[in-house]
Design a protein around this ligand. Sequence first.
Ligand code: HEM
Length: 487
Amino acid sequence: MSLRAGENAIAGSGEMFLEKDEVFARADCNVYDFHTKRLHNALQAYPIIRIGPNWLSFGRSQAAKDIYGYTSKNVKAGPYDVMSEGGANLNNISEKSIHSARRRTVASSYAPKNIEVWEPKVAASILDLKAQVDRRCVNKTVFDGVHWFFLFSVEAVIKIMLSKDMYFLRNGTDHIYFTDETGKERAVRSIDRFHAVQRAASTVIWDTEHLAYWQKLTNTFSTKYADNWQAGKDANAALGSLVKERLQRHENGEELNDLFQPLVGNIKGEDAGVSFKDQVAEVEQAVGAGTDGPAGSITMTMYYLLRNRHTLVKLREELDAALITEDTVAPWEKVKSLPYLRACIDEALRLSPPVAANLIRRTPPGTSTVIDGEVIPPNTNVSISAYTAHRDPTVFEEPERYEPERWLAKGSDRLKEMLAVFIPFSAGTRGCIGRNISALMQMTCVATLVFWYEFELEEEGWEMEFEEWFNLWPLRLPMRARRREVV
Ligand code: HEM
């Protein structure tokens, strides 16, 4: 069957796939909604759905390889181009040669050989996280895991990116303190501001042609939007101040080994030729992704473990055999190859990918493209959400079940099929560059928590709720902790 954009499927009204009354509700950026899940449910009846005037969303996992894989000729376009106007970074650069050049510039700093540089930074944050959990062990005080796992992630990733310790965990807040351009002392909440601007941008960015108009309109008529647009400026100013401080340290002759260094210059002392605006944009991307990704994944791993106690018991057996009491923080060397730990995390990423949404790609001009057996015309926006790809029952048996064991069938054809459509980090040349950093953060953090504490949900059977804009955020994880007798 040959498809022209706009044919087949059911018409949505933009990426958000809104129903009429929701258009007004979301217009005030106020509604917690899991639109990818709603779209997924609709895809059970239609294999492809048109979710925008020129945008097709696919429902069968095989489409993932054709859309995002290494052999795909599809490109990033549309909203990514708009985003790059505020500063070009690895994620939003569409043009292939410019993207490859930027990726080459930073690639070595993201490489696994640097884990030994990142590990002490991550471990220090895990110790501070433990100190906070310890306080809550007294009287078994209920605490919100989401709050603390997000603080852990943002603090660790800022250290890895900029060699700067923000002490978010010790202070219990995500405030960045800085002096702005006008000399005013400011305190800006980082996670809060990153998230607020997503609430505004993700509703209007799809209409790239009229974006400026939507920004003006929403800014004028909605106080909520106005605050959320302001959040983008606040986050940019706060991270800009951290970048200036980092550049000053470089000027002062400090030799810092972090993700930022290649954006300044290489080991031969040659200038990297990256503008200040782009440097800030790169920091925004890495800090934003490095916060929401690991925090979402750690939260959801803990949530699924607590809801499926037999998996927690099994993971603890694996950790008890691998770790000793001297391991106040689980060392990477001891946990990196633990199969069940990895499987528990991957299974949480499968069911609740932190980037669940339809990541837009454009088919090449001049020639049609085949996606999941369908002939798609040139210049068509196409996507499949990780949420949907990961729930294909022909690949993942009983897809709604949290079953880490499914990842353990090493070398089997089934495992190969699963890995081919497992896309929490997207895939191909535009796949996540931060996977090694994520693995370090996720595995050492989850291993330490499960080894040292007994956890329970505040209420048995409690169910997670999400808020989704570009990224998928778990809302709360009310839990209690008790120190284990570790011998
Ligand atoms: C569990 C953790 C994470 C998940 C699930 C995740 C997911 C993703 C996804 C889905 C993309 C593709 C985005 C798109 O096509 O629009 C991406 C790209 C990217 N991520 Fe991650 N990410 C994670 C952690 C990190 C970390 C820790 C960093 C950096 C410290 C990072 C930095 C980036 C960058 C720079 C890109 C753009 C890559 C490019 O296009 O060349 N991510 N990530």
